[in-house]
Write a protein that binds this ligand. Structure first.
Ligand code: F6R
Ligand code: ZN
Length: 193
């Protein structure tokens, strides 16, 4: 693997929460991730009322697709709930067993990690949190704050993303608003892996 340019200055635009240059920029609306929320009635009620909010957006810079090179990206999860469940990312496993580092720039939420055997670990994820996600663990980020949850992420190029298991089975735990504050509860729909 040879590089003409051994480095790239990447501008971190904290006003618009973007990286410049960014190879991939994606917005995920409710309609694109409706199967990932546990309260399907709340999803249908929102969509049939014509509400299809952007739940989160993310952008990534990838110098090459060679496994072993690195990707840096930034995610913004907007504040909000679908039924009792907070806005969150879809969640995924990496296709290759690669780890990841998450660094929270703003806001307050939770990082949910799940092994392939259904073991769940959660971490408070607030401004300044620096978290390591181990290889082989699925991960999802949840915004439990009234503002935007913004974080940087770093992981190996070529890791790939497997959303299928999460789309089909969800995580074993949900993060919902109960008694006016975030609660981690069992997912009644989760069928063990
Ligand atoms: C990359 C990574 C993050 C997420 C992003 C969106 O491996 O973990 O960049 O991809 O926060 O979440 P997902 O991909 O779960 O919709
Ligand atoms: Zn990841």
């Amino acid at each position: 693997m040879s590089f003409e340019i051994p480095f790239q200055l990447i501008k971190l635009d904290l006003k618009n929460f973007l990286l410049e240059p960014a190879k991939r920029v994606k917005e995920v609306k409710l309609s694109e991730m409706k199967e990932f929320f546990s309260d399907s009635k709340a999803v249908e009620d929102m969509l049939s009322a014509g509400r299809d909010p952007v739940i989160y957006k993310y952008c990534e810079f990838e110098a090459s697709e060679e496994f072993g090179d690195m990707i840096v990206g930034l995610t913004v999860i907007y504040p909000g709930r679908v039924g009792k469940e907070y806005f969150m990312t879809r969640g995924h496993f990496h296709e290759k067993d690669s780890g990841e580092i998450y660094y929270c720039l703003r806001g307050s939420g939770m990082l949910l990690m799940q092994s392939k055997h259904g073991k769940v670990v959660h971490a408070e994820f607030t401004r300044g949190s620096l978290c390591h996600v181990a290889p082989g663990w699925g991960h999802r980020t949840i915004n439990t704050w009234r503002g935007r949850l913004v974080f940087l992420f770093f992981y190996p190029s070529g890791s790939g993303h497997d959303y299928g298991i999460i789309k089909e089975k969800g995580f074993a735990k949900l993060v919902i608003a109960e008694g006016g504050r975030p609660q981690l509860v069992d997912n009644p729909k989760y069928v063990g892996q």
